[in-house]
Ligand binder design. Structure first.
Ligand code: GLA
Length: 394
């Protein structure tokens, strides 16, 4: 009896061993299938991400300009030209899946060459204003190009928005991009030092537009780089943006004088039309702000840490844009100077407030305000800033 039980257990044991042996190839086969599957998927993702380079025209100096079209695996499409590093188009879906272009701009290079209010461009060497176009640094007086009355705005007469950048395409597993580089010569627009700049635009499969700014100099100089895209989450030239809901994570802002130069004060937004700590439509209190919004907000986040700075939501389309940045400030400009004289893409007229900008930056006129975070870059140091625009619908 005992022996019989023993042989039965032995048989069961053998059966188990054999089935395990037989299952090994099945397991390894399915594992290799999975491997092939994930390899295939990766390949498909990479296949779905595309960069196309095409001829965009010639500058007034006869240099050839390119236009890069980047598409991510979800179909989001970004167009960038190496003239001014301009974002000319960004196609993003609404809550029903319909794609629309959400940035202001033109279809052709010629229209950009004729002049425009910095649509989509890289801004530098110093984004925003420098009072009376001058500053003092290490005991030396520097005189910059005055291109905004007596003040210096967005890098001067020929800022980084009007130069031709060298471009290199980038393709990684989950993102594609264009790396732009430019050498701003010692004395350009009045600034000291040869400044070499790299701006990398990337489009990720998480529906983010990432902009990384890097710079190095051979003489001490102020540096403040940003991108000047005008957004309209309904689509450009469709209507104004006053219904967009805006949140800015800033308890303070920098009040300005008549020439839009900061007074040096950091003022609380509480009980003022500058309070966007809770989501608020752009139009709700805009009439209380003389000339409309054109102010720098002092972001609450810790110095240099990539953090959420602002969110914009457009209720009709459900399109939402979040802005994360390492920068200490953000200029909220409500497109006050757009007056309908510019006809943009597809002949659409850009009227007042038809686009808004959220320019991540250091505070305006920092070289003349020692109490503001420093914008001074010394030889041997590296300027690095990152801003991310993330898109989704609600
Ligand atoms: C910036 C400025 C505005 C205006 C626009 C361009 O954002 O702050 O005052 O000059 O650029 O028109």
């Amino acid at each position: 009896m005992k022996e019989e039980k023993c042989t039965k257990t032995k048989k069961k044991f053998n059966l188990l061993i054999w089935s395990l042996i037989l299952l090994i190839p099945v397991f390894s086969y399915s594992k290799s299938l999975k491997k092939i599957d994930s390899k295939k998927m990766k390949k498909e993702v990479i296949k779905k991400m595309k960069i196309k380079k095409e001829y965009f025209g010639k500058t007034n100096d006869g240099e050839e300009v390119d236009l890069f079209t980047l598409t991510n695996k979800n179909g989001i499409m970004l167009k960038i030209t190496n003239y001014g590093g301009i974002i000319t188009s960004m196609m993003v879906p609404d809550k029903s899946g319909k794609f629309d272009d959400i940035v202001l701009g033109f279809n052709t290079l010629n229209e950009y060459l004729k002049g425009h209010p910095y649509f989509g461009a890289i801004i530098g060497r110093y984004a925003n204003r420098i009072s009376k176009a001058k500053f003092l640094l290490n005991g030396n007086k520097y005189k910059l190009a005055a291109n905004n009355g007596e003040n210096h705005l967005h890098g001067g007469i020929k800022g980084f928005d009007k130069v031709l950048w060298k471009a290199k395409e980038i393709k990684k597993d989950e993102e594609i991009g264009v790396k732009l580089s430019y050498l701003s010569k010692d004395g350009e627009e009045g600034y000291p030092g040869n400044l070499s700049i790299i701006v990398t635009y990337s489009l990720t499969n998480n529906d983010e537009l990432k902009i990384k700014y890097e710079a190095e100099t051979d003489k001490t100089t102020p540096v403040n780089l940003t991108n000047h895209s005008y957004f309209n989450l309904k689509g450009p030239g469709v209507s104004d943006t006053l219904n967009h809901t805006l949140t800015i994570y800033a308890n303070k802002y920098t009040p300005v004088d008549k020439g839009l130069i900061p007074t040096g004060e950091l003022k609380k937004v509480k009980d003022t039309p500058m309070d966007f700590l809770k989501p608020c439509s752009i139009g709700l209190r805009i009439k209380e702000v003389k000339g409309g919004y054109d102010h720098n907000f002092v972001l609450n986040h810790a110095k240099g840490i990539l953090s959420l700075a602002a969110r914009v939501f457009e209720p009709e389309t459900g399109r939402t844009m979040e802005i994360l940045t390492t920068q200490p400030g953000i200029q909220f400009y409500s497109g006050n100077f757009l007056d309908g004289t510019i006809k943009g893409k597809n002949g659409k007229q850009y009227n007042k407030h038809y686009g808004f900008c959220l320019e991540t930056q250091h505070f305006p006129d920092s070289p003349n305000n020692p109490n503001f975070p420093s914008t001074i870059l010394k030889p041997g140091e590296k300027y690095i800033q990152t801003t991310i625009y993330k898109f989704y619908t609600q």
